[in-house]
Each structure stands twice: as C-alpha cells, then as structure tokens.
Design a protein around this ligand. Structure first.
Ligand SMILES: [Zn+2]
Length: 362
C-alpha cells in the first residue's frame, strides 16, 4: 500500500470518459453550434477561422482536419495579443481579444456539453477505489482544462463527509466559499482550468461551479450563489473582477506559454506539483503520451520521479495493438526516461481499472 500516491491525468484519461481530445474540440463545437450558441461567440470565431485559416465557408464542406490545432490557435492569438500586433489587416488587436473570449467560451461550452453526457466517469471509479480500500487519497496532477477530476473529487468528498468540499488547488483562490470550506484531495492543474477565473490586473483568482458539477453533487445546489456561477461569467461583455473591476479570464495555458510566470497561481501550482512528485512512493500516469515538444512537463516528471524505481511508475495508455512499451512510441519514451521496468499498460484506462488495478493491492 502506498502512502503518497500521485496520479497524472493527460488528455487520454478524459477521452476514455468520452470527453473530446484537443483536436476534436473545435470541429465538435461547430457541429453542436445550434445547442451551444450564445451571444456572438460562434460567428466571431467562425469568421476569424474562415478568413485566417482557410476554413471552408460552408460548414457542410468542412472536415475535422480543416480546423487549426487548438494549442496552436491559442498560442498564435496570445502571441499577437501580447505583442499588440494585428493578426491581419481585418483583424486588429482589439478584435483578437474578442476572438480569444469567443474561443474560451466555445471550449468551455463544448466540454460542459460533453461532461453532461458522460456515462463513464473512470476518474471517479479510480479515486473511489482508494477510498474504499482506506488508502491515502492520491495527489492529482492534471494536464487538462476540463473539470472531470474536480467534479469527481467534490462528489467523493461529499460521499465521505456528507457535505461538498472543494479540492485543494494548491494556489491562492479568493472565492469566499472555497476559503471557508475544508478541502478534500489535492488537485494541481498545470495548464489552468475552465472553472478558474483570473484577473490579470490584481491577480485575484476565483473558482466557479458549472452545471455539470451541480448535477453530479446535488448538495452543491444549496451552496450555489451568484459568486460561483460559471456559465454567467463566460460572457462577451466581460465579467468584472470582484476586487478591482477589470475583466477576468478563464485560465487556459498552452505548452508554448507554460513559462508565462505572469500568472503567479500557475507557478504556485507547478511548485506544489513538483513537491508532490518528489514525495511520491507510487505514480500512475494515465492517458499522457508525453509528446517530445512538451519539454516543461517532461522535465517536471523526470526530475520529480527520478527517486522512484521504474516498477512503481504505472503508465496507462490505449493502444489497439497492445504493443509492449519499447515498441510503442509513448512507451519507448517512458522506458528511456524511467527504465524498462516501468509498469506499462497499453489496454486503456477502463480495461486497466477493470482488470489490473482492481486485482492489485499496490
Ligand atoms: Zn482584479
């Protein structure tokens, strides 16, 4: 039994719960436009993509690969906004801020929509297994913006204590309800989160609750106040900071902006994640293929887990050919970094939970 287990969730973990992979977010959102449409968000984004990324004007003629990659799109927008550059003659910097807002809403709305429809919450099952065995609750490090891990921890905390508790996010959240309540579990989100609202002027960080969270934990309805209302804070008119009145923004950081330490909360989260990894006696890495250009995350894992024997590092990925680690591109990267003895599972999150994890006492 481990004293300090750490779980790292990548995009594949959300995919296993029927959530979208990053490249699916834009095509899926436009497919569901009639359900998700709000204010002018979709038309603004649509026009921007058609004029700058050669997206066919007629939605019926588009395929998923016509959309630009989401991290690239966010990074290009942020770069232009940071440098106060026009993107093209028709797209001055002010309009780029609108596009960025629209994009944030579209990502939020699509992930929320899909969260409402998830039948299989493997995050919850996985975490519940620790609780049922009376083991220490693992520290979770998430690379995802979505809030499946958040909702799962709130759900389990509610089961254990009969009252909703927030996870400890490892940074200085100002929301009064978050501060007043005891915490359940630790959740460090390295790239930010859709339910975090950040004020770039005074650095205030708030946390909100969305419909998917409320539907999962009924008791949240009692606590629910305007302060926590996430849906209403995604608006193209801007949502004002409760301290200084500047407009707040959700926190979604792309790999190229990882070193953006202007957001002090993100550096705090990375620091806490580093500490948790160094103390870990067991690590589970779920659905993270460790792409080679993701240098900051790889560096964090390599340094943080170097004290662990390879067999205490479980890597779960999905490969329909079930190749051994050395013959799988991600598996080979893990073997090179941590050793050939890593506990490699190419059977996918769900199958691994059903078979190996339920049978083991590790
Ligand atoms: Zn502020």
């Amino acid at each position: 039994m481990s004293e300090n287990p750490v779980i790292i969730f990548g995009a594949g973990a959300t995919k296993a719960c029927d959530g979208p992979l990053t490249w699916e977010i834009l095509p899926n959102a436009f497919r569901l436009e009639s359900h998700l449409q709000r204010e002018d968000f979709f038309p603004v984004l649509d026009q921007f993509l058609v004029q700058n990324f050669h997206l066919p004007e007629n939605p019926d003629e588009r395929s998923a690969s016509d959309y630009p990659g989401l991290p690239l799109l966010i990074s290009l927008l942020d770069k232009a906004i940071d440098h106060k550059h026009n993107f093209s003659p028709d797209w001055p910097v002010d309009s780029l801020v609108e596009v960025r807002n629209a994009l944030e809403y579209v990502i939020f709305a699509l992930l929320e929509h899909q969260l409402h429809h998830i039948g299989r919450n493997h995050y919850k099952r996985f975490l519940n297994r620790f609780r049922r065995r009376n083991e220490s609750m693992p520290t979770i490090i998430s690379l995802n913006y979505d809030i499946i891990a958040d909702n799962s921890l709130i759900y389990l905390g509610n089961r254990v204590y009969n009252q909703p508790r927030f996870p400890d996010y490892g940074c200085d959240v100002a929301t009064s309800l978050y501060r007043e309540r005891k915490k359940f579990g630790r959740l460090y989100k390295l790239h930010g989160s859709l339910n975090w609202l950040y004020c770039p002027a005074c650095h205030r960080l708030d946390v909100g609750i969305s419909r998917s969270g409320r539907s999962m934990v009924k008791m949240l309805e009692e606590l629910f106040t305007e302060e926590l209302d996430l849906e209403n804070r995604y608006t193209c008119h801007g949502s004002p900071c409760r301290d200084c009145g500047s407009f707040v923004r959700p926190v979604m950081i792309t790999p190229t902006h990882m070193k953006d330490y202007r957001n002090p909360h993100i550096s705090q989260v990375w620091y806490q994640a580093d500490r948790a990894l160094r103390k870990a006696d067991r690590a589970y890495i779920i659905g993270y293929s460790m792409p080679e250009d993701d240098v900051d995350v790889i560096y964090l894992l390599k340094r943080g887990l170097s004290h662990l024997p390879a067999e205490n590092i479980t890597v779960v990925d999905f490969d329909d050919q079930a190749r051994p680690a050395r013959q799988h591109p991600a598996g080979a990267r893990y073997s090179t970094l941590f050793g050939d003895q890593i506990d490699w599972h190419p059977e996918g999150f769900e199958n691994w939970l059903d078979t190996s994890f339920s049978g083991s006492r590790q």
